[in-house]
Design a protein. Sequence first.
Length: 423
Amino acid sequence: MKILIIGSGGREHAIAKALSKSPHLPTLFVAPGNAGTAQIAQNVPIKDADCAALLTFAKDESIDLTIVGPEGPLVLGLVDLFEAEGLKIVGPNKVAAQLEGSKDWAKSKMKAYGIPTARYETFTHYDTCIAYISKRNTYPIVVKADGLAAGKGVTVAQTFKEAEEALRDCFLDDKFSGAGLQVVIEDFLKGQEASMFAFTDGKTILPMMPAQDHKAVFDGDRGPNTGGMGAYAPAPLVTKKIQEAVLERVFKPLIAGFRSEGILYKGIVYAGLMIDEGELSIVEFNARFGDPETQIVLPLLKTDLVDIFFALSEERLDTVSLDWHDHSAVCVVMASGGYPGSYSKGAHISGTYAAEALEGVQVVLAGVQEKEGDLLTSGGRVLAVVGQSESLKDAIDKAYTGVSKIFFDGAYNRTDIGAKGLV
Ligand code: AMP
Ligand code: GLY
């Protein structure tokens, strides 16, 4: 059995690790992959946006199943291309992937299907935005570039001036290469954020363990947002009652609404939740697994991931149920100093094997390249150390013991990952 994973981050290394544990013993390929995936799979030097080359590779290699990690290829229509050739692939098609590819499209579906979310308006001109925020005159207010902007298209503006600057970036300076020429302006939601993913074949929905990411770069959720500095699961903030509400009031209406419009959503759906005094709202949807949440959700999954993915792609997810370890998992991201601003690359990394030798500790590589047997930093988020144990406290200790074994010049990590789950 041959499985191809598309992407090159920590998420894709985590997916490869989970698949490599399957009793089906799949042969794994990752395009383009990183130094971590190279340890357990064959890396294929094709970029994730090169849809034509990915299709040719999958056909030539007789790949049985392809898993799409990042949003880019989904929005480009990679799934449509594969399915037109009769190839099995996990991820929503181009129409369904607009759930992440267009904030306006996603918000319009939430509104149409009655999914709880913040009030919003959509604009295509700078001047009408300025008129709207002046009239609305309430802060913070949230300015969102409509299209994909590598996680940088959202500004929570505290003042008129900040909102104006965000709108300038979108419309006047075209900072997001066209993705900001349509803008969603949304009311601010207060509360705590969490994420919940689900597998769906367009009919059956299997929700996963709730997780909490830590987006801000500094301890105490201070400083600029990053791709994610660490995560833990399960997140006690997302009580059984809220999990039930996410299924009944979010996932079910979403997938049923899509079906009523002839849209088949197959793949992973990611719900970004805001929880305020037990009340649930959706901040955003993504059309894929989260990074770094995947690094901690998949190790908690007992059910074989190969079986889940095949059932999903063959639209028989009703034959599967998810079993979970009664554990907590925590991952701490080690980043290059300066990230999310500018940082240097090429630092020598040591200690990953010592960390992995610890019981209940795994290392998931992201921005790492191998050169003549050495591991070198090649990105902002370099790697994540995952600790798993019966208690959250112990999982946190394990992750940080792992972190203490790993060294590279300029290494930076938050020291409070998971702490909010302890209170
Ligand atoms: P997104 O790219 O939509 O995930 O937004 C990035 C981050 O911006 C989210 O994780 C939130 O922290 C914040 N955010 C987005 N929308 C809102 C909102 N309506 N209210 C408060 N915070 C928001
Ligand atoms: N953890 C946030 C994301 O994957 O978008």
